[in-house]
Design a protein around this ligand. Structure first.
Ligand code: SF4
Length: 197
């Protein structure tokens, strides 16, 4: 299986200088890891380019791969319901995944794949500059957070961002009992995005 890369490996700083459009073009050409081999579309981001809140998901699933849009399937409907519950307007949030290509059979991305793709996510976050970053599930935490967080735990990053870990919307699809807990965790932390309106 080929993992040849035909795009230069740019640092986060170099990607930031390209801006969101340049990052998108670089991702579209990217063959840095084997995940590109089965991707129908790269899944890059959706939402505002000046968000107060950024959600980080796991990896594209079947619907996302087909549409090239993050969280557009059943889990996306759950996430949209949560965003509604959080009372966020359309221009106040953005959604990004840890990796931009769908892993085969919806498996979790490997550590190596997460590490290879992470410069794109870090550059996107730096440009979007949100006040609040919400990690949706353990994979997002693994890719983005330097420390291990409990569910609903909120910390301040060295860059001064609020970082919170919530359940992945797909987990709520299969374990509806977690929904009430998710809403409690949102209620506990809502001052974070309400005070920045
Ligand atoms: S998952 Fe990321 S690093 Fe791997 S090929 Fe896709 S865009 Fe490139």
């Amino acid at each position: 299986m080929s993992t040849n890369c035909n795009a230069p490996t740019l640092t986060v700083g170099e990607l930031v200088k390209l801006g969101l459009k340049g990052i998108t073009l670089t991702i579209l050409e990217c063959k840095r890891c084997q995940l590109h081999e089965n991707a129908t579309n790269k899944v890059i981001m959706r939402g505002s380019e000046r968000p107060k809140v950024v959600f980080i998901g796991e990896a594209p699933g079947k619907n996302e791969d087909e549409a090239g849009i993050p969280f557009c399937g059943r889990a996306g409907k759950v996430l949209d319901g949560l965003i509604n519950y959080m009372n966020l307007d359309e221009n106040e949030y953005a959604i990004i995944n840890t990796v931009k290509c769908r892993p085969p059979n919806n498996r979790k991305p490997t550590q190596k794949e997460l590490k290879t793709c992470i410069p794109f996510l870090l550059a996107q976050i730096e440009i979007l500059n949100p006040n609040v970053i919400i990690l949706l599930g353990n994979t997002a935490e693994q890719a983005f957070s330097v420390s291990s967080l409990d569910w609903g735990e909120a910390v301040i990053t060295p860059e001064g961002k609020h970082l919170i870990k919530l359940y992945h919307p797909a987990a709520l699809l299969y374990r509806r009992s977690l929904m009430e807990k998710q809403k409690e965790m949102i209620d506990m932390n809502k001052a974070m995005w309400q005070k920045i309106r």
